[in-house]
Design a protein around this ligand. Structure first.
Ligand SMILES: Nc1ncnc2c1ncn2[C@@H]1O[C@H](COP(=O)(O)OP(=O)(O)O)[C@@H](O)[C@H]1O
Ligand SMILES: [Mg+2]
Length: 147
């Protein structure tokens, strides 16, 4: 487990970028309130995977698909998920079976069906407006972002 402190949105994207450089498949489960920086983290993560797409919150679509040259990233937002039918219709289980890479906002809402080996990213606001704590469990960054 590792903890990082960021002081602005770019630093949060950078942590996402570094994680994206190390991950090629499986689930990255993100936890954290509205405005914590989950979508910002995902923007960096996609870049780190080598995917140049516009990353935006899939709140209405539930899932966005970002196609890179080598991999596809599925970006979920489980905020409004309500029940199994919803979940099946997003393709969550199909993408998991395919061995794709999934990054998931509001993983709190699907805790029971997260794979045991998923990477967990928890972003927390602090008392300072633009400061965030980012905890990463299940993966190591290649570079120390504090350098
Ligand atoms: N350290 C930080 N990390 C991430 N976002 C920050 C930070 N400081 C301020 N922000 C702002 O917080 C908001 C985060 O938005 P977003 O990534 O959409 O959050 P979420 O997807 O968790 O709801 C953005 O407006 C961003 O500019
Ligand atoms: Mg979001």
């Amino acid at each position: 487990m590792a903890n990082y402190k960021t002081n602005n949105v770019n630093e949060t994207e950078k942590i996402g970028f570094l994680l994206g450089q190390t991950v090629r498949s499986g689930v990255v489960a993100m936890f954290g309130d509205l405005g914590a920086g989950k979508t910002a983290f995902t923007r960096g993560f996609a870049k780190g995977m080598g995917i140049n797409c516009d990353v935006s919150s899939p709140t209405f679509a539930l899932v966005n698909e970002y196609r890179g040259e080598k991999q596809t990233l599925y970006h979920f937002d489980m905020y409004r998920i309500s029940g199994w039918d919803d979940l099946y219709s997003t393709g969550y289980f199909d993408y998991l079976d395919e061995g794709a890479c999934l990054i998931i906002e509001w993983s709190e809402n699907i805790e029971a069906i997260l794979p045991d080996d998923c990477i967990r990213v928890t972003i927390t606001k602090t008392e300072n407006t633009d400061e965030r704590n980012i905890e990463i469990v299940g993966a190591e960054l290649l570079e120390n972002p504090c350098n």
